[in-house]
Design a protein around this ligand. Structure first.
Ligand code: AP5
Ligand code: MG
Length: 212
């Protein structure tokens, strides 16, 4: 099974992906998390990607396509949940090409619909664990202890790209470069829309019904 999560920055992709991946025994592949791990490790890829990420631009397609190829096998799980990839039509086509070479394809693409006002509210109040990448929110999803990750105890941080200027650019980039991917999957007849504006638990319920 291969599922793609689509949605604007702050739509709740990572939050929902964690729960769904656990419930359905899927491998959660989040390209933003993979890139942040490269940045933290100080690798050449991380250094090159950081400039794009900090200002809220997309990392070039060829880098991202290379990153995802070779990770599409999931021998130890029931399938793959892609969170943050593809975000351009070129990436979506490259994904289809890689999968069709294996006689496979994307099974479902889930689009989390959330208003811009709510996205800004979510990103402004988010704190993130640099260890396991879990996201929290001051109001909507606070950690048990004010500054530490519930899962691994690491001190929470604010992502560099959650600063207001980067958020503005990320939303703009999403509108121009990623929204055409919705049409790509809609034409393929595999796009499912979920109302991402609801509470975390309500979205979880809708998602469970969409991915059977
Ligand atoms: P990435 O890390 O993928 O960031 P993003 O797509 O901008 O999405 P976010 O992680 O910010 O949001 P999310 O939808 O996961 O929301 P979350 O669950 O955290 O990418 C970062 C950067 O890497 C990109 O800008 C780009 O530079 C690069 N990159 C990555 N992939 C790439 C690719 N394929 N091509 C090129 N470049 C790439 O939730 C947000 C907040 O809301 C949290 O505080 C959470 O607690 C809260 N929340 C979640 N759900 C709800 C709810 N239902 N109600 C209330 N609050 C909620
Ligand atoms: Mg995320």
């Amino acid at each position: 099974m291969l599922i793609v999560f689509l949605g604007a920055p702050g739509a709740g992709k990572g939050t929902q992906a964690r729960t769904l991946a656990e419930k359905k025994n899927l491998t959660h592949l989040a390209t933003g998390d993979l890139l942040r791990a490269e940045v933290a490790a100080g690798s050449d890829l991380g250094l090159a990607a950081k400039t794009f990420m900090d200002r809220g631009d997309l990392v070039p397609d060829d880098v991202m396509i290379r990153m995802i190829q070779g990770r599409l096998d999931s021998p130890e799980s029931a399938g793959i949940l892609l969170d943050g990839f593809p975000r351009t039509v070129a990436q979506a086509q490259a994904l289809d090409d890689a999968l069709s070479a294996e006689g496979a394809g994307v099974d479902r693409s889930i689009y989390f619909e959330v208003s811009e006002e709510e996205l800004v509210r979510r990103l402004a109040g988010r704190s993130t664990c640099p260890g396991c990448q879990r996201a929290y929110h001051d109001t909507f999803n606070p950690p048990k202890s004010a500054e530490e990750c519930d899962g691994c105890g690491t001190k929470l941080i604010e992502r560099e790209d959650d600063k207001p200027e980067a958020v503005r650019n990320r939303l703009k980039v999403y509108g121009t470069q990623t929204t055409p991917v919705l049409e790509y999957y809609k034409s393929a007849g595999i796009l499912v829309e979920v109302d991402g504006e609801q509470s975390i638990v309500a979205v979880q319920t809708d998602l469970a019904a969409a991915v059977v």
